[in-house]
Design a protein. Structure first.
Length: 342
């Protein structure tokens, strides 16, 4: 059977409000009130309805009742941080490519919180978008269920997991960590530390950490991971990391930071303390933010294919909506940018 025939017809087999009501043992009006006026539903009934909603992957159909003409012209995208420069090119490339074909982008931020992502996904699917685009593969169980039941194309970006069913467009964060450790080792550094993101839900950064740690072990070196105080602003987290790491009896001679914001905070803090970068301690970031090359010394970093991810994600969505069979696995490369800090 062809992929086209296997693809579910839009709306076919959709879980209905009545199904949810029947399984939860309440009326359809109560289920509707659960979504629209939850304070008017008892805690016990809310819990029962929530259990059924999550189990079935139910999404309320917000386009019912006269808004069906809007269906199919909006694509929903959830990213971890709208204000972060690392995702700006992805958003722009995606939006520009879509708009040339009459589609518009609807954007939401989860700020590395899988529950916020779940809420955004449920809202987006409730409007029956043309497609849904997510960042990475770290989702709640309810989101996974909604992805599995969605009757629209689903794309996961900024990641690469061939075993997963959504279209994959991105790269391996584990390999980024491997590349960082191997590069610094080749430069002659041996006491190499890794600084995690202060945003606790940034699981992709933890994958980069894991790649670094595994490589350090393979090279016969001791992994050295520093976790900044949770919730600290990135520059402050970088400052904290640099200050505490360099106060160790045998401080690191190189530090890999989870992103360029952290790296900049660490680099500037080191300079204030009288350190010479990279002579006393090399600094390597991730993201290639616009300011990276303007720092003194300029920041060595690993550049992700942000723009390419956005353009390719939109291209694959458009191919799917046109009735084609888009390439499901799309592995892209990151680039190590050698500057003055490492």
């Amino acid at each position: 059977m062809s992929d086209d025939k296997q693809r579910k017809r839009r709306g076919a087999g959709r879980v209905t409000l009545s199904t949810v009501a029947k399984q939860a043992g309440v009326s359809a009006i109560t289920v509707s009130r659960y979504f629209n006026q939850p304070e008017q539903v008892s805690p016990e009934r809310r819990e029962r309805i929530a259990t059924v909603v999550n189990a079935l992957g139910y999404v309320p159909n917000l386009v019912a009742g006269g808004l069906a003409s809007a269906r199919g012209k909006i694509v929903g995208m959830v990213i971890p941080n709208i204000s972060g420069p690392i995702f700006a090119n992805t958003i722009q490339g995606f939006s520009d490519t879509l708009s040339r074909h009459g589609y518009q982008l609807l954007l939401a931020s989860s700020y590395f919180d899988i529950q916020q992502e779940e809420s955004a996904v449920r809202a987006f699917l409730g409007w029956s978008p043309a497609a849904l685009v997510l960042t990475s593969h770290f989702h709640s169980e309810a989101t996974e269920k909604m992805i599995a039941e969605a009757d629209v194309p689903v794309v996961e970006t900024w990641d690469y997991r061939p075993e997963r069913s959504p279209l994959q467009i991105g790269f391996s964060h584990v390999e980024v960590g491997v590349s960082a450790a191997r590069y610094l080792y080749a430069q002659g550094y041996r006491r190499i530390a890794f600084v995690q993101n202060s945003a606790s839900g940034d699981f992709s950064a933890l994958e980069r950490r894991d790649g670094y740690a595994a490589t350090m072990t393979e090279l016969g070196l001791q992994p050295w991971v520093f976790a900044p105080q949770a919730g600290l602003a990135p520059f402050e987290a970088g400052k904290q990391a640099m200050t505490e790491l360099m106060a160790a009896p045998q401080p690191p001679d190189a530090i890999v930071f989870a992103n360029d914001n952290l790296a900049a905070g660490g680099l500037l803090a080191g300079q204030r303390a009288g350190l010479r970068i990279p002579q006393d301690c090399a600094v390597l970031g991730f993201g290639d933010y616009p300011f990276a090359q303007m720092l003194m010394p300029s920041l060595s970093t690993i550049k992700p294919p942000a723009l390419e991810i956005g353009v390719l994600a939109a291209t694959r969505v458009l191919e799917s909506l046109a009735g084609g069979t888009p390439q499901r696995l799309n592995l892209l490369d990151c680039q190590l940018i050698e500057r003055e800090s490492a």
